[in-house]
Design a protein. Structure first.
Lengths: 251, 268
């Protein structure tokens, strides 16, 4: 059973932004590995390790393979030649570039996904509603996150209904197109009709309501967390500038 | 739909602020793109390359968010309720197509639908929101928010100028949109991620690199191969879905009526 973390969603987001920007600016392989390790440990402690591993692998395996193809196999660097065969040219610099770029992406993916896994979507919607963001943002986020499983169910039901009436059983590309059409058209038409019906009800109730309004769900926050958020945001902006300043000077 | 009588009218300062935000977002996007294309920074994996990645990421994301903030308060409720459906369609249809091993994405179909039904501002907002919400499951899409906004914007523009009045015009508009989106998104792929995130697209970029192209040039050529075809199919499917809508539903959108988006088809 995954543990829940009693932090304000914006605190988790701000910390993630600071970690990702500063690690990217530093561009050190050992720092990237250390950040990924810490993320894995946090995921293990909170019970999200398996999901984090599956989701990260789905993104990072093709990314690493692609970077190895682009930088590792057809390097344009002159020095550090390892092997040459036809159009392929493997150099130490090329492999190093592929690794550094892969680790840069890995930090973004692993830290970003951990952030998503740690934040409760209900808390995130509540936090956005309580923030100065336009009220439409909270509605759109909540509606999309809660509509997704509903529409996925609807799509499965449509697929089952079409299978029962033995429609869309053809093979090959034409059969695939027929299946897509038989699922997509009813799904889209029904969803647009639902959205149209909802809009009249929302409009009649004065949506989007401006100003403060009562929410039953509270979002845990404290002065310490607010300070952590501000410091994290400051680090996300000032940190990379400070790290990269010597390079700007030399350039 | 009639204007809401319960909400206060917006002031001229609010309208001005939104216009400034939209202009600033567009200028930031164009400025970043031009600087990257003109300077073509090298050494993206070391030293200043990290700075280029961060600046590109931040500028493209900030431009997209500015455009979203400028557009969002202006959208009518009928469009606001349509956007979540479009976002869910992007994800569900994208996953379904991905699960059957067909080399298409179709993950912008909802964005294009909103652009066709509610106009370019709504399309652009849907593109940005779609990327922001999808980034909760795949953080690497975050800097592509501006490209997604452009897809929605171009879909709305195409619909406004008659791309839905004839079925064969929609895929033509899709090809043009694909070229523009590919060109705008290429610097993000090149300078933030050092290439592409798929093995197939990576192989194409590697092939161009082996012919001596720079990274930006190779990624741009790969995008010009992949994106126009995908967008042509997405635009065609979205157009066919809109033709299948009941007239009372498609006619309920002010954009469709005002610009006679469906031409004779909408009046039959």
């Amino acid at each position: 059973m995954p543990k829940s973390i009693n932090l304000h969603p914006f605190t988790v987001l701000a910390l993630t932004a600071a970690v990702v920007t500063m690690t990217t600016a530093a561009g050190l392989w050992w720092l990237s590995c250390a950040v990924i390790t810490v993320c894995v440990l946090v995921a293990g402690w909170t019970g999200h390790l398996r999901r984090l591993a599956v989701l990260s692998a789905a993104i990072l395996i093709p990314t690493f393979a692609s970077l190895l193809l682009i930088h590792g196999l057809v390097s344009q660097q002159a020095s550090g030649l390892i092997a040459v065969a036809g159009p392929f040219r493997v150099t130490e610099g090329g492999l190093e570039a592929a690794t550094v770029l892969g680790l840069r992406t890995a930090v973004l993916v692993v830290a970003g996904l951990l952030c998503t896994l740690l934040i409760s979507k209900h808390q995130l919607v509540a936090a956005i509603d309580l923030s100065p963001a336009p009220p439409q943002v909270g509605y759109l986020l909540a509606a999309t996150l809660f509509l997704l499983p509903h529409m996925a169910d609807k799509q499965r039901t449509i697929g089952q209904a079409q299978a029962l009436r033995q429609a869309g059983t053809g093979r090959g590309l034409s059969g695939w197109f027929q299946r897509v059409r038989l699922r997509a058209v009813p799904l889209v038409l029904a969803s647009l009709q639902d959205a149209h019906d909802r809009s009249s009800h929302l409009s009649a109730r004065g949506f989007p309501a401006a100003g403060s309004h009562t929410r039953l769900r509270t979002v845990a926050d404290s002065v310490t967390q607010q300070r952590v958020r501000w410091i994290s945001l400051l680090c996300a902006v000032v940190g990379p500038t400070a790290i990269l300043a010597p390079f700007w000077g030399s350039a | 739909m009639s204007p809401n009588l319960l909400l206060p009218e917006e002031t001229s300062s609010q309208v001005l602020r939104r216009r400034i935000l939209a202009t600033a977002g567009t200028l930031l996007l164009i400025g970043t793109y031009l600087v990257l294309v003109i300077t073509q920074p090298t050494g993206i994996a070391e030293g200043l390359g990290q700075g280029v990645a961060l600046v590109t990421f931040a500028a493209y994301l900030a431009a997209a968010v500015m455009l979203l903030v400028a557009v969002l308060p202006d959208l009518p409720v009928s469009t606001l309720t349509l956007i979540p459906v479009a976002l869910a369609l992007n994800i569900i249809l994208g996953q379904f197509v991905g699960s059957v091993m067909v080399p298409l994405y179709l993950d912008s179909i909802g964005t294009v639908l909103v652009g066709f039904l509610a106009g370019r501002r709504a399309g652009a907002a849907t593109g940005v929101l779609s990327t922001l919400i999808w980034s909760l499951f795949a953080p690497t899409v975050l800097p592509f928010a501006a490209g997604a906004a452009l897809v929605g914007f171009l879909a709305g523009t195409a619909a406004r100028f008659g791309a839905l009045r004839r079925p064969y015009l929609a895929p033509v508009a899709g090809v043009v949109a694909g070229v523009l989106v590919g060109v705008v998104s290429a610097p993000v792929a090149a300078f933030v991620f050092g290439g592409t995130s798929g093995v197939g697209t990576g192989a194409v970029v590697a092939a161009f690199r082996s012919m001596g192209d720079s990274l930006l040039s190779a990624v741009t050529k790969q995008a010009l191969i992949s994106d126009p075809g995908d967008k042509a199919i997405v635009f065609l499917i979205a157009a066919l879905l809109i033709y299948a809508l009941p007239k009372r539903l498609s006619g309920s959108f002010d954009f469709i009526r005002r610009y006679r988006v469906l031409g004779q088809r909408g009046t039959k």
